[in-house]
Ligand binder design. Structure first.
Ligand code: CA
Length: 440
């Protein structure tokens, strides 16, 4: 493990960039087909709830937003003050970034084992590793099923099961190769530790349906809740045939689902009364959710990779519709319109949106003590934005935004809070790194 100052690590990363191709367009810049969805302007007003945040003892940030380019879709206006471009904030604590390990080919996710070692997934190769705090990397864990690694597929998220101490179960998401295409799957298995680690007893507990030939918009983030349920985010596959299914409860595309750890359906899921609906569905109308975390009240928050000018922060609630592709704040990457309106009856507004986009991936809501000033703040990785985005939130509204670690010039794929309250990051590159952020 090397300890580097910010300037040194920035220099090291720049030198290491020569084998790192230009950011792939796949995450945010993929030209999209026109959905052709014809919409009516609902003109429904949203209640203005952005003005009651904060307390007298806790003055809200003020001033200009984070420096950024002009909006891609200036004709779309926010539904309430503070829905985009809130005042910029600045962390007071000096940060130290430590490189724990490198040499990962497009790593995607980190999960901590109870002894503080990390599971790290490698998207493109479908490999899963155990990495120590000293940076030692195990051989690839044997026994994982094959992945369809094209495009945005591959091996994606990993989580340690809530009963890991007894069961040894770990969970992962991946793009499953299937006859006629592929689809996101969730598998679990018992981790067998050792010099050559392996998994045994692999069970696929969930399959996104229908199968479709697409290499895009898999979704794939998982979050366990303290009551023993598992949220999984599912993309809408990007191509028109999939995109329109984000509003169709007979399809898993563009949904967040909620399952039990064995894949069975919780009996309080919101669509169980509709015999046509996929019973695992929690919320609908999502594009490609690549970031998800629980807050201090154990409520789910997600960040969604939007079209050009339309990345969104949402707080998905049971049975609600988050609008895609009917409403939103973005446009196609070609510049063609997608939405006729930003609002519609029965569809939820994002808590916050980014125009221009940050291309979000990975999220954690800070609950540690190492950075007292960060308590309850949200941290989101930015790929195209090449930053660690910090959001200060009060009364469920974003009141401050900061783009940290810009000097790394790195696409941030994942952010996880470690057991000791440090933030751990993955950089998305062919020589991807595990970085640890602590006070200097
Ligand atoms: Ca939305």
């Amino acid at each position: 493990m090397r300890i580097l100052s910010m300037s040194l690590i920035a220099a090291a990363l720049l030198v290491g960039c020569q084998d790192d191709p230009a950011p792939t367009p796949a995450d945010s810049g993929v030209p999209q087909q026109d959905s052709g969805v014809a919409l009516q302007d609902s003109g429904v007003p949203e209640d203005d709830a952005g003005t009651d945040a904060g307390t007298p003892e806790d003055p809200l940030p003020s001033g200009p937003p984070v420096p950024q380019g002009p909006p891609n879709v200036p004709e779309f206006q926010p539904a309430f003050p503070g829905q985009t471009r809130v005042p910029a904030i600045q962390t007071k604590t000096a940060l130290q970034v430590t490189e724990i390990a490198s040499g990962f080919r497009n790593p995607w996710a980190i999960a901590f084992l109870p002894d503080q070692r990390m599971l790290v997934t490698e998207k493109a190769t479908g490999s899963l590793y155990i990495v120590t705090q000293q940076g030692a990397k195990s051989p690839a864990i044997k026994g994982l099923p094959a992945v369809d690694a094209r495009g945005q597929g591959g091996l994606l998220d990993v989580e340690v099961g809530p009963d890991y101490a007894q069961s040894g179960l770990i969970y992962w998401t991946y793009s499953e190769p299937r006859q006629g295409g592929n689809g996101l799957a969730v598998a679990r298995a018992r981790l067998v530790d050792g010099a050559q680690p392996a998994v045994e007893g692999v069970q696929v507990i969930f399959r996104m349906m229908p199968t479709l030939e697409s290499t895009l918009h898999s979704g794939g983030r998982m979050v366990f809740t303290p009551d023993g349920k598992l949220f999984v985010t599912l993309g809408e596959r990007s191509i028109l045939e999939g995109r329109v299914q984000a509003q169709d409860v007979k399809s898993h595309f563009g949904k967040i689902v909620r399952i039990n750890p064995d894949g069975s359906v919780p009996q309080d899921n919101p669509y169980l009364g509709n015999p046509q609906a996929k019973p695992e569905i929690w919320s609908i109308g999502h594009r490609n959710v690549l970031a998800a975390a629980l807050d201090s009240q154990n409520r789910l928050w997600t960040v969604e990779m939007g079209p050009q000018g339309g990345d969104e922060l949402n707080r998905p609630e049971a049975g609600k519709d988050y609008g895609w592709p009917t409403i939103g704040y973005g446009e196609e990457y070609s510049g063609a319109p997608i939405h006729q309106s930003t609002q519609a009856p029965g569809m939820e507004q994002p808590v916050y949106y980014w125009d221009p986009v940050i291309a979000p991936s990975g999220m954690t809501i800070y609950s540690g003590t190492l950075f007292p000033e960060w308590k309850d703040d949200m941290f989101v990785g930015a790929l195209a934005g090449q930053a660690l985005v910090r959001l200060m939130v009060r009364n469920d509204r974003v009141v401050g935004e900061e783009h940290l670690l810009k000097n790394l010039n790195a696409r941030i794929r994942e952010v996880v809070q470690g057991p000791e309250g440090a933030l751990y990051l993955l950089t998305d590159a062919t020589n991807g790194k595990v970085l640890k952020v602590t006070p200097k």
